[in-house]
Design a protein around this ligand. Sequence first.
Ligand code: ADE
Length: 224
Amino acid sequence: MRIDIITLFPELLSSPFEASILKRAISSGKAAVHFHDLRAYSTHKQKQVDDYPFGGGAGMVMMVEPIDRCISQLKAERAYDAVIYLTPDGETLNQKIANHYSTLEHIILLCGHYKGVDQRVRDHLITHELSIGDFVLSGGELAAAVFCDSIIRLIPGVLGDESSALTDSFQDGLLAPPIYTRPAEYKDWTVPDILLSGNTPRVEQWREEKALERTQKLRPDLLQ
Ligand code: ADE
């Protein structure tokens, strides 16, 4: 998978890709992430990329031309499966959506800033709009990082244990069951006996019960 991220603040985006699972996915060639500084596509001498809204009002609007130039250049190099705008009024990201995007080959992410982008960008260049939740961030960069993490970890071979993405919370519509590790005895904080029993089928059954119990208690909406 190749992800091209168009941003006004590339420096906001680098560190999530420089550690842990995302770093490994990139160094093993399973994912490639490229940042494109929108200012480099400005035709103004001051590298301007935003302007006042027509009709007045507060806040600046990201201009159509630099975004079009950047996306057009990328599209001239390869075909893209999706051009995604990160915005609080997009479709809310969930595991099912992440699963879908993790199967794509080439995607472009556009990070918004200020009041957002000129509507013509959304009408003519963007194919999908995604939000990471009902709250407003200062820009789309952190949302893009969250989205990239959620999809890159699902690419086959990225997680060490192939099965572990399948047992994530939400992957089967339920929250994950509680997990424990050594030591079995710590203060008087106990580990459920069943997990120490070595009886795999019973452990599996216990996990299913706990996943359901937890979901009923914490996220009953997932069961409706
Ligand atoms: N940009 C600003 N807020 C956002 C959000 N919640 N999701 C995606 N992009 C955003």
